[in-house]
Design a protein around this ligand. Structure first.
Ligand code: HEC
Ligand code: HEC
Length: 289
């Protein structure tokens, strides 16, 4: 850790300890540039960008939740509680969390996670936003109220939708009334970013989106299709449409197995959205009542 970072971390920790931390309401210039690790001493943290936080949440759910838990308090796979993590508590602009995501704790059991700097920073923003909510407990609720995320341009969102989403979705078909089904714009944003309806059911529900399916081509020429129950190098088990569960032994490429992940498109698109795309598409989707 270089000396400057040490000072920054120490200052932040001190601030926490003496209880004067008031980071959420810090009055930084609204458009303060946010460079990775670029912290100007004396400047407090700017409020998090809601679109960044929303994207970070989605990335967290995909990449971190299994180990650190949906509520960040630790998960089934042995990650520690991030709400008590010194690194997460002192993070100002990704300088603590991002290197950990990139593998600086490999030798202590946290693998490197394959995220770009930009995505790792979004996850860090999300982690900070959760810590901030907890840090402001006891203050009037108004100080916790996140700024509205409905700042986009619905018309431009509509054009974006026509270009990038309409091959699979339609405003008058499967997504008709989506804003009536998912009434909270933040949940709606999470749902379309992840391609999973779980936002609709609330964060506590661990229900995942649609399951991958597989087509198994048997040497006889027969094809068996179904939802993937289990797949490894030796066996593939699928549940057919009528509920029958069948398993096949695998030896190399026999039988041939092709897995279709229905949310592949959503996962691949995630890193491509700009903040503006996210704002605009959400603004458009809330009009689909
Ligand atoms: C395979 C499980 C696993 C995954 C996935 C994982 N972590 Fe971790 N993480 C760990 C373990 C184990 C540690 C404890 C390492 C140590 O002792 O420093 C840890 C430590 C951390 C710490 C430091 C905690 C401290 O002691 O201050 C942070 C921050 C963190 N992880 C964030 C993340 C984020 C963000 C992601 C997703 C991008 C993630 N982790 C994904 C297992 C995981
Ligand atoms: C290649 C196909 C494909 C593309 C392109 C695509 N999606 Fe999806 N999307 C899916 C699939 C598959 C699901 C899961 C559907 C389900 O479970 O009903 C899904 C789910 C969703 C959901 C959740 C639906 C629900 O009922 O909760 C929303 C919202 C959504 N997509 C919006 C979008 C938006 C906005 C775009 C463009 C930025 C987009 N999708 C692009 C295939 C696609």
């Amino acid at each position: 850790m270089c000396f400057k970072r040490f000072l920054v971390a120490a200052a932040a920790l001190l601030e926490l300890l003496v209880g004067t931390a008031d980071r959420g309401s810090a009055q930084a210039p609204p458009q303060a540039p946010r460079r990775a690790g670029g912290f100007v001493p004396g400047q407090k943290r700017a409020p998090e960008d809601p679109a960044q936080v929303a994207r970070g949440k989605t990335l967290f759910d995909i990449n971190c939740r299994a180990c650190h838990g949906a509520d960040l308090r630790g998960g089934d796979m042995g990650g520690p509680n991030l709400l008590r993590s010194p690194a997460a508590l002192t993070d100002l602009n990704g300088e603590q969390i991002v290197p950990i995501i990139h593998g600086s704790r490999k030798d202590r059991g946290m693998p490197a996670i394959g995220l770009s700097d930009q995505d790792a920073n979004a996850v860090a923003a999300y982690v900070r936003s959760v810590i901030e909510t907890i840090g402001t407990q006891g203050k009037p609720p108004s100080s916790k109220e996140p700024p509205s995320i409905l700042v986009g341009n619905a018309e431009e969102g509509k054009s974006y939708f026509a270009a990038k989403c309409a091959s699979c979705h339609s405003a008058t078909g499967d997504l008709q009334g989506i804003a009536s089904k998912i009434t909270d714009p933040k949940m709606l944003q999470n749902a379309w970013l992840a391609g999973e309806p779980k936002g609709r059911r609330g964060a506590a529900q661990t229900e995942e989106g649609p399951t991958p399916t597989a087509t198994v081509s048997l040497p006889s020429g027969e094809n068996v299709e179904g939802k993937v129950v289990k797949i490894d190098d030796f066996i593939v088990t699928v549940e057919q449409a009528d509920g029958t569960i069948v398993s096949f032994r695998r030896e190399g490429d026999t039988p041939k197995v092709v897995v279709q992940d229905p949310l592949k498109a959503h996962r691949e698109m995630l890193p491509q959205y700009t903040d503006k795309d996210i704002h605009d598409v959400t603004a458009y989707l809330v009009t689909l009542k």
